[in-house]
Design a protein around this ligand. Structure first.
Ligand SMILES: Nc1ncnc2c1ncn2[C@@H]1O[C@H](COP(=O)(O)OP(=O)(O)OP(=O)(O)O)[C@@H](O)[C@H]1O
Length: 235
């Protein structure tokens, strides 16, 4: 029996209204992702990458179409149920790290575990373990403003993975980092995701990142096009 796709986007359509005008961003878009795949999502600025990730995470809802993740169609859930689904099943890594500045590194990683309802006894060892895995086991007490950009992004990765979500969404995770630090972050993300069999969709402008991907798709004119890895190395 063929496995059901882990993520299935069917005829996904989204447009934004501005006054009288409507701007189409996603147009009958289709995507199928298998469990454990790493997909790189390319696209020019304004092509709709963040809009697409917002649909997949259930932060926003499509005008029409399906967003089926692990058998649940997010497009049919209420906002409250989409939030609950997201907390349980999705981890985010953003370009701007998005750590909470008044919480220590450890407390930031604890947050998704506490939201999920874990007790301190369960959550603290898990959060410490994930901080150790990103090489920051000794920085749990540091506040974000005492950490470098690369360290903050590593905390953000630990936070994204701590509640063991089935899907990781990363929006330009190396966008604010220098080349070398960006490479380190990608190595960590890649290793953790691969070792744990997680599915990841990573949006970027950076074509170098594509070498880590199982598949590369490009958003253009509201639709996704598969990009051959050989095309990228030639360009
Ligand atoms: N809330 C909104 N209201 C109106 N228009 C929006 C809204 N959000 C996004 N857009 C428009 O939708 C288009 C796609 O935006 P989106 O942020 O998804 O692109 P992107 O590919 O992520 O861009 P970038 O790489 O620059 O972050 C843009 O033209 C943007 O102006």
């Amino acid at each position: 029996m063929k496995n059901e796709a882990h993520i299935q986007l069917n005829t996904l359509t989204k447009s934004y209204r501005e006054g009288e005008k409507s701007r189409s961003v996603l147009d009958q878009l289709e995507l199928s992702v298998e469990e454990g795949e790493m997909i790189v999502l390319l696209g020019r600025s304004g092509s709709g990458k963040s809009t697409l990730l917002n649909m997949v995470s259930g932060i926003d809802r499509p005008d029409s179409g399906d967003v089926i993740i692990g058998g649940t169609n997010l497009a049919q859930l209420s906002e409250k149920d989409r939030t609950l689904f997201r907390r349980k099943n999705i981890g985010f890594v953003f370009q701007s790290f998005n750590l909470i500045s008044t919480l220590t590194a450890l407390e930031n990683v604890l947050l998704p575990l506490k939201l999920k309802g874990d007790s301190d006894e369960e959550a603290v060892p898990k959060a410490e373990q994930f901080l150790t895995e990103v090489g920051l086991g000794d920085r749990g007490d540091s506040y974000p403003d005492r950490l470098s950009g690369g360290e903050q992004q590593r905390v953000a990765i630990a936070r994204a993975l701590a509640h063991e979500p089935m899907l990781i969404l990363a929006d330009e995770p190396t966008g604010n980092l220098d080349y070398e630090t960006g490479e380190q972050i990608l190595d960590i993300l890649n290793k953790l995701v691969r070792e744990n069999g997680r599915t990841i969709i990573l949006a970027t402008h950076d074509r170098d990142i594509c070498e880590l991907a199982d598949r590369v798709v490009e958003l253009q004119g509201g639709k996704l096009h598969e990009v051959e890895l050989s095309e990228l190395s030639a360009s």
